[in-house]
Design a protein around this ligand. Structure first.
Ligand SMILES: [Ca+2]
Ligand SMILES: [Ca+2]
Ligand SMILES: [Ca+2]
Length: 335
């Protein structure tokens, strides 16, 4: 039993020692190495070992920050708290916290206005921005990120008044190492060191070729805005009352509004139903668009229900701003 425990400890110790990350062996890991020589004397083999040579792996600090918005982000003029999404990954080999800064890139020919930096939030993990849940990021007490781990941050800006359609503004967001910042090295170069500043009393070595990791995203002013509101029209259970129990029917409405000026093109509404709901009558179901009953089957009209993905899709096409709301309704059944 003792032997089992002792071998288990050796196994766990060697697993821990071998822990490595995308950036390589973990900071603080000890690498010990022994060489041996053998020779024969009078027909007998003799072995001799060197003393072990030991080194401790130091902390290499690296980070990437990458915009998560595909293409330009549409905003109104004015708008308060327009958001951009970035992913920050600790690509170093030790725990590290990072300080974030956002900078408008000024007025240039390609960059027609300057978004006004507002707040930065850290996402709670669901990837959806909700300022009542996602906490404002505190650069004076930044969040420690484990090696190879990522966090999502939301960077908000205010958009000035009186801008023109299609005006753009680039926002650059940078991540800098807390260890180097605390040491007074705000713009370190690759290879710079904070002696004793790394994980497990190692030295922290700056790994990035650039002074700080950064990425940009672009706002574009758009005079047209499409919004969607989802609501419940009715719940009817099998007992003639309105309890949302398994077997009850829930009628949903989706209201699509286009405001501003001009045309919104290729407007498509998608509703991925949760597993607990299915469209009533599935492939034989009905999806009502602006009072007209369309079919759940594909390729015959503008509505489709895909039973495999449990998704309702309605193609509204080109919608002129200011025209009447499009109203979609369908009946689901609680499973
Ligand atoms: Ca560190
Ligand atoms: Ca969130
Ligand atoms: Ca159809």
């Amino acid at each position: 039993m003792n032997k089992l425990i002792s071998w288990t400890s050796v196994f766990l110790a060697s697993l821990f020692a071998m822990q490595s990350y995308g950036a390589g062996t973990g900071a603080g890991t000890t690498i010990s190495n022994t060489a041996s020589v053998s020779y024969e004397v009078g027909g007998a083999t003799v072995n001799a070992d060197s003393d072990p040579v030991t080194i401790t792996v130091q902390e290499l600090i690296n980070v990437t920050i990458i915009s998560q918005d595909s293409g330009n982000v549409s905003v109104s003029s004015p708008e308060t708290g327009a958001k951009l999404k970035f992913q920050v990954t600790n690509t170093g080999n030790g725990d590290e916290a990072f300080i974030f800064n956002q900078v408008g890139l000024g007025n240039t020919a390609a960059n027609r206005f300057e978004a006004i930096p507002s707040k930065i939030y850290i996402d709670d993990g669901d990837g959806v921005f909700d300022p009542s849940i996602d906490v404002e990021y505190d650069n004076s007490a930044p969040t420690s990120i484990a090696p190879d781990d990522s966090i999502t941050i939301w960077v908000t800006s205010d958009i000035p008044d009186s801008l023109n359609n299609n005006d753009t503004s680039q926002v650059q967001v940078s991540a800098s190492s807390k260890t180097f910042s605390d040491d007074g090295q705000d713009s370190p170069n690759a290879g710079d060191v904070v002696t004793g500043g790394g994980t497990s009393s190692t030295d922290a070595v700056y790994g990035s070729a650039a002074a700080n990791a950064d990425d940009t995203a672009t706002f574009v002013v758009s005079a047209i805005e499409v919004s969607i509101v989802k609501g419940i029209i009715s719940i009817t259970d099998q007992f003639g009352t309105s309890q949302p129990v398994p077997g009850a029917e829930v009628v949903y409405s989706l209201t699509v509004t286009v405001t501003g000026t001009g045309d919104a093109e290729s407007v498509t509404v998608t509703d991925s139903l949760p597993d607990e709901l299915r469209l009533k009558d599935s492939a034989a179901g009905i999806i009502t668009v602006d009072g007209v009953d369309l079919t759940a089957v594909g390729n015959d009209d503008d509505a489709t229900y895909d039973a495999n993905t449990n998704t309702v899709t309605v193609v509204l096409g080109t919608v002129t701003a200011g025209s009447a709301d499009s109203i979609i309704s369908f009946t689901t059944e609680i499973q």
